[in-house]
Design a protein around this ligand. Structure first.
Ligand code: SF4
Length: 316
C-alpha cells in the first residue's frame, strides 16, 4: 500500500521535534493549528507559540483573561480575528475543548480541518485533515485540477491510513511542506511518486488561479496630540477588531505637520498612509503617552506610525 510508504517516510523524515507533536494537550494542539493557519512554522515556533503558552498555559487562563491581554500577546502575528475567536471559544467551552467533532466544529474559529486535527492529534480519533499543504498533495496525487472541498474531503477519507491516522496526517503535512512544495516539488524524493498522477506536471494540479493585482487604499493617518499624549481609537472593523490605533481618514485637517508615509500589505489590499501630526480634530477612545501605547495591543501599521513619530520627535 502506498500509505505504508508514506508512513515509513514519516518515521525517517518527519518533523517529530515540533512541540505540538509532543503533546496530547488539546489546547496546545488547537493553539498551534490556529497560529499556523496564516503563519509559517518557523515564525510561530521562534516568536509566538512559547511566549503565548507562557502567558496563557491553559485554555481556562485564556477564558479568565480580558480580550485586550490576549490581543496584546497575539501582537505581531496578525489576523487578529484568530485571537478573538480563541478568546470567545475559551469562554464558550469554559476552558475545556470537547472531544466530539461536531461540538468542536460548532465553536467559533474552529473549521472542519482544525476540528479534525484536534480530534486526531489530541484525542486519537481516526480522521483525515485538510490543510493547505494536504490539499496540494492530494490534488497532485489524485490529479485533481480544482480544489473542490467536497471532492478533496472524499479523497482524504479514501486515502486515510486507518491504522496510523496520526502519522498519516502529520506525514501529509510534512510532505506538502518539505517535498511537494507549490513551486518546486521534489518528485524524485517523494514516497508517493510511484502512484502519483500529477507528477508529470505538478503545477497543473490544481490549475493555478489567475491573480488579480490587489487594490491599493490610500488614506491619511492622524497622529493627534494633546498634553504630550496621543489620541487613539479602538478599532471596530473586522480585520483589526479590538486593537488600538491612530485615526484613519480620507481628508487632511487644516493645520498639520507631515511626518512621512507608511505602507502595509494585507491579504486583499495594500494600505498606503500619509501620516500627519495635528491637534485634536476627531473623537478618540483614549489619550496615551508613548510608553502607555507600548503596553497596548496595536497593529503592525500603527507600530510603523509610532516608529515614524518617535524618530521625528516633532510634538512638544
Ligand atoms: S510525486 Fe511529486 S507531485 Fe506527486 S505528491 Fe510527490 S512531490 Fe507531489
Amino acid at each position: 500500500m502506498i500509505q505504508d510508504k508514506l508512513f515509513e517516510w514519516y518515521a525517517i523524515f518527519g518533523r517529530h521535534e515540533l512541540p505540538w507533536r509532543n503533546t496530547k494537550d488539546a489546547y496546545h494542539i488547537y493553539l498551534s493549528e490556529i497560529m499556523l493557519q496564516q503563519t509559517q512554522v518557523k515564525t510561530v515556533l521562534e516568536r509566538f507559540y512559547f511566549p503565548f503558552l507562557e502567558t496563557f498555559p491553559t485554555l481556562k487562563s485564556v477564558a479568565d483573561a480580558p480580550l485586550d491581554d490576549v490581543l496584546k500577546r497575539w501582537e505581531g502575528l496578525g489576523y487578529y480575528t484568530r485571537a478573538k475567536n480563541l478568546h470567545y471559544t475559551a469562554l464558550t467551552c469554559k476552558g475545556i475543548l470537547p472531544q466530539n467533532i461536531v461540538e468542536l466544529e460548532a465553536l467559533k474559529g474552529i473549521g472542519k480541518s482544525t476540528a479534525h486535527a484536534i480530534g486526531v492529534f489530541a484525542y486519537g480519533q481516526v480522521l483525515p485533515i485538510l490543510d493547505a499543504n494536504v490539499k496540494r498533495v492530494l490534488c497532485r496525487f489524485f490529479g485533481l485540477s480544482t480544489k473542490d472541498e467536497k471532492v478533496l474531503w472524499e479523497r482524504a477519507w479514501e486515502f486515510l491510513n486507518q491504522k496510523h491516522p496520526y502519522e498519516h496526517n502529520q506525514a501529509l503535512m510534512d510532505l506538502g511542506s518539505l517535498i511537494c512544495t507549490s513551486r518546486n516539488p521534489l518528485c524524485g524524493e517523494c514516497p508517493l511518486h510511484v502512484k502519483c498522477i500529477g507528477k508529470i506536471d505538478p503545477h497543473n494540479y490544481p490549475l493555478p488561479q489567475k491573480k488579480n493585482a490587489i487594490p491599493v487604499r490610500q488614506k491619511i493617518a492622524l497622529v493627534m496630540y494633546k498634553d504630550n499624549k496621543l489620541g487613539l481609537i479602538q478599532r471596530k472593523e473586522r480585520l483589526l477588531h479590538g486593537l488600538w490605533g491612530f485615526v484613519q481618514t480620507l481628508g487632511r485637517p487644516n493645520g498639520y505637520k507631515k511626518l512621512g508615509r507608511v505602507e502595509q500589505v494585507y491579504t486583499h489590499f495594500k494600505l498606503e498612509l500619509e501620516v500627519l501630526l495635528c491637534e485634536p480634530i476627531k473623537e478618540v477612545d483614549g489619550w496615551f503617552s508613548v510608553e502607555e501605547i507600548d503596553k497596548l495591543a496595536i497593529s503592525t501599521v500603527d507600530k510603523k506610525i509610532l516608529k515614524l513619530l518617535i524618530a521625528s520627535k516633532p510634538y512638544p
